[in-house]
Design a protein around this ligand. Structure first.
Ligand code: AMP
Ligand code: GLY
Length: 428
């Protein structure tokens, strides 16, 4: 089977790595890919993925039998719809189902209508700023203000004081710091607890959950400083016990997929559930319409079986739940970033130490570029350095990943030193 994978980040490198293991794989194309995916397939750099026609022509010419879409953006603008209209099989939801990530107001409306546990909320448009301020004045603080649309993980502001909330409202609704994405906002109750990410791979009706992961969104150790796209992840997350997973499947994933069918928005692909484990049970913080990054870099390496078969069967509408299994490994992924991220940073520094790593270390490329046989930094999140071991021993996995990082160097390298500590503290 020839496969086209869309995307260029660490998540896509991990997807390519796992798809490549399948005995059913013919050719793997990655559009546009990155220097890491180059060794797993053919990077396609001369086609613009937003030109749907060109993508379809490529698929027909290369006899692509499955398209796997990594990031949300192409899904939100309807790439999957267009491929399906052209009879090309695709793993990833149509535009109307990707709304679950594209518009928080839609996700919250859906959860409210179908009794799916989430934080209580209210929604306001840009002409309702006074009403929004009145609402905040009566709320128990902290509260959480979120832009309705996509904002690359930055559209969430946690407000401890009324003055902060009023400022956030002005910034989003009047100054439009998130542009169109902040045309509407939601104001949410602040949830206390620990976070976890669960990926449900689904054909729309049936689903299978991959081992749970925990992301580390803040830039600094001990969850301090600014929010980022994610600074590291580990899997499995011991906080997701069998009982909790059961509850998440019954009260969140199953009703959400059914709700999407009832609303004529059948969701095919990976439903990412960002959860807060509160004292009253798991609550949804957000849904995403694709695999999470960096979580994918920790979750996929511990799966056994034929991952491509899993994606293919989901895309076919006939999920093969036995295609993959998890039987006891562990992985820790630490993101090596450019100093300054998530704000401004300098690119173009040569990276050393990528070779001669020990077995069990996988270096996923995210923001890198190859120039004259050298790999240089080309983004905020540069590498996802991942250690994978056969036993569920997060302590050893953590030790291994930080040993690997000692060998890697580029100017201005920055990474968190505490990835997986939250789980380790609990296990002690
Ligand atoms: P999101 O982009 O919706 O995942 O939000 C980014 C981060 O903000 C989450 O990972 C949480 O740490 C935090 N967050 C979002 N919503 C809430 C909430 N209702 N209560 C507490 N923290 C939240
Ligand atoms: N790791 C968070 C996300 O993928 O949205």
């Amino acid at each position: 089977m020839n496969v086209l994978l869309i995307g260029s980040g660490g998540r896509e490198h991990a997807l390519a790595y796992k798809i490549k293991e399948s005995k059913n794989l013919g050719k793997l194309f990655i559009l546009p890919g990155n220097p890491g995916t180059k060794s797993l397939g053919q990077n396609i750099e001369d086609i613009d993925q937003s030109e749907f026609n060109a993508v379809v022509s490529f698929c027909l010419e290369k006899k692509v039998e499955l398209v796997v879409v990594g990031p949300e953006q192409p899904l939100v603008i309807g790439l999957a719809d267009y491929l399906r209209q052209n009879n090309i099989l695709v793993f990833g939801p149509n535009k109307n189902a990707a709304e679950i990530e594209a518009h928080k107001t839609f996700a919250k409306w859906l959860m409210t209508k179908y009794n799916i546990p989430t934080a209580s909320y209210a929604e306001f448009s840009s002409i309702e700023i006074d009403k929004a301020k009145e609402y905040v004045a009566k709320l128990k603080l902290p509260c959480v203000i979120k832009a309705d649309g996509l904002a690359a993980g930055k559209g969430v502001i946690i407000c401890n004081e009324i003055s902060e909330a009023n400022r956030a409202l002005e910034e989003i609704l009047v100054d439009k710091i998130f542009g169109q994405s902040g045309e509407k906002i939601i104001i949410e109750e602040f949830l206390q607890g620990e976070e976890a990410s669960i990926f449900a791979v689904t054909d729309g009706a049936n689903f299978i959950c991959l081992p749970a992961a925990q992301d580390h969104k803040r830039i600094g150790d001990n969850d301090t400083g600014k929010n980022t796209g994610g600074m590291g992840a580990y899997s499995p997350a011991p906080i997701i016990t069998k009982e909790i997973l059961n509850e998440v499947e019954k009260k969140i994933i199953s009703p959400t997929l059914n709700a999407m069918i009832s609303e004529d928005r059948k969701f095919v692909g990976c439903l990412y559930c960002g959860l807060m484990l509160t004292s009253e049970g798991p609550r949804v913080i957000e849904f995403n319409c694709r695999f999470g990054d960096p979580e994918t870099q920790a979750v996929l390496p511990i799966l056994e079986g034929d991952f491509l078969q899993l994606l293919y069967s989901a895309a076919m509408g006939n999920l093969d739940k036995n295609a993959i299994k998890y039987s006891g490994g562990a992985a820790v992924c630490v993101v090596a970033a450019s100093k300054g991220y998530p704000d401004s940073f300098t690119k173009g520094y040569e990276i050393s130490g990528l070779e001669n790593q020990t077995d069990g270390i996988i270096i996923f490329h995210a923001g890198t570029k190859e120039i004259q046989n050298k790999i240089i930094t080309n983004g905020g999140r540069v590498l996802g350095v991942t250690s994978v071991i056969k036993t569920n021993d997060l302590k050893l996995a953590k030790k291994n990943v930080y040993s690997a990082l000692e060998k890697i160097n580029f100017k201005d390298i920055y990474f968190r030193k505490d990835i997986a500590d939250k789980a380790l503290r609990k296990l002690e």
